[in-house]
Write a protein that binds this ligand. Structure first.
Ligand code: AMP
Ligand code: MG
Length: 332
């Protein structure tokens, strides 16, 4: 089910009302909401309001560059046999390939033909026939991209999709721009990918709400200074057929939407693009492997299944769960 617009509005408002309502300072932030990358993006800052419009322009321009479906985008050109010299595309591809290697292909930007076969790129959802899926899977494989420097091109048949990392990267870009302009405090909410720039003006941490993956409202609040909080959730985009839910995160090794018990995975860290790719990758790995990976890579995470909440030890003392948890809380 593609998220109806009002659901997006409500989710974004929820994070904002919690994020901003808990700013807890007298000075009101300046704020503007944009629509880019198929979602609402809100920039709230303590500083010159003229910066807000420039943030909107940056987001719109990045969206035009990275869209896999816009025939005028750099990514579209790459996916259709062309080349690209674009700095953002180069940086993102570089990061994506490093994270594909780190996660042994759980995150893989070349999974696009499979994502498309399920209709997640257009919203015309469908269960592809096995031979169609096999054909789409035969095009998947980040190892095939040998690009190191200079202009990028993709091997025949390979197509990329930065949907699993682009919002995190966009947050990093806007943050970098605002810091260059001397901003010291602000909050970005790019469709649920939240970036805290510095601390609140009174010096206390921003308090970021993580959405409840099944119900309305939030699951927990994380106090954060100068970090991104990125969540991958089954609730974000899915369709249902014969009582089975098919979500938009697919396992590049099978071609099927992941169905491993995870409801949401949140990663906290300084590098928003990395957090974004890792939240997608951990979701693909499933609870057991994701817990091991998070521990061995010292990741800050909050991961939810039907009956368990996994939280990394660094976050466990500061996390505030909403009300009584009827799930088992496991500290990693
Ligand atoms: P996110 O919400 O960040 O977890 O990203 C999900 C989006 O990333 C999907 O809508 C797809 O466009 C894309 N995607 C799905 N599965 C994968 C995967 N295994 N690796 C990389 N990107 C993916
Ligand atoms: Mg992601």
């Amino acid at each position: 089910m593609r998220k109806p617009f009002f659901v997006i509005v409500i989710s974004v408002c929820l994070v904002l009302s919690l994020g901003l309502g808990l700013f807890g300072c007298k000075q009101a932030p300046k704020e503007k909401t944009f629509f880019a990358m198929n979602t609402l993006m809100t920039v709230s800052l303590y500083g010159d309001s003229a910066l807000l419009d420039e943030c909107g322009r940056l987001l719109a321009s990045l969206d035009r560059t990275l869209s896999a479906t816009d025939p005028t985008s750099e990514v579209y050109r790459l996916n259709h046999g062309g080349t690209s010299e674009d700095e953002h595309v180069k940086e993102l591809l570089d990061k994506s390939l490093a994270l594909s290697r780190l996660t042994e292909g759980a995150f893989d930007p070349t999974v696009y033909p499979v994502v498309r076969a399920w209709g997640f790129t257009t919203g015309d959802y469908r269960i592809p026939a096995q031979d169609e899926l096999t054909a789409a899977l035969s095009k998947v494989g980040y190892e095939r991209i040998a690009w190191k420097e200079g202009s990028i091109s993709l091997p025949q048949g390979v197509e990329i999709d930065f949907g699993g990392i682009a919002k995190g990267y966009a947050g990093d870009l806007v943050k970098r721009y605002l810091l260059d302009k001397g901003l010291t405090s602000g909050l970005l909410n790019l469709g649920g990918n939240v970036v805290a720039i510095g601390a609140k003006p009174d010096g206390t941490p921003y308090r970021i709400a993580v959405k409840d993956p099944v119900g309305e409202g939030y699951m927990c609040i994380l106090p954060v200074v100068d970090k991104s909080v990125v969540t991958s959730g089954l609730y974000e985009r899915y369709f249902e057929k014969d009582g089975v839910k098919y979500g938009h995160i697919v396992d590049p090794s099978t071609g099927y939407p992941v169905d491993n018990g995870f409801l949401s995975v949140t990663v906290v860290g300084e590098d928003g693009a990395k957090c974004d790719a890792l939240s997608t990758a951990l979701f693909v790995m499933g609870p057991q492997k994701a817990c091991e990976f998070a521990k061995s890579n010292a990741l800050s995470v909050v991961m939810a299944t039907e009956d368990c909440l996994y939280v990394s030890s660094d976050l466990s003392s500061s996390i505030a769960w909403k009300g009584e948890q009827n799930k088992r809380v496991v500290t990693l």
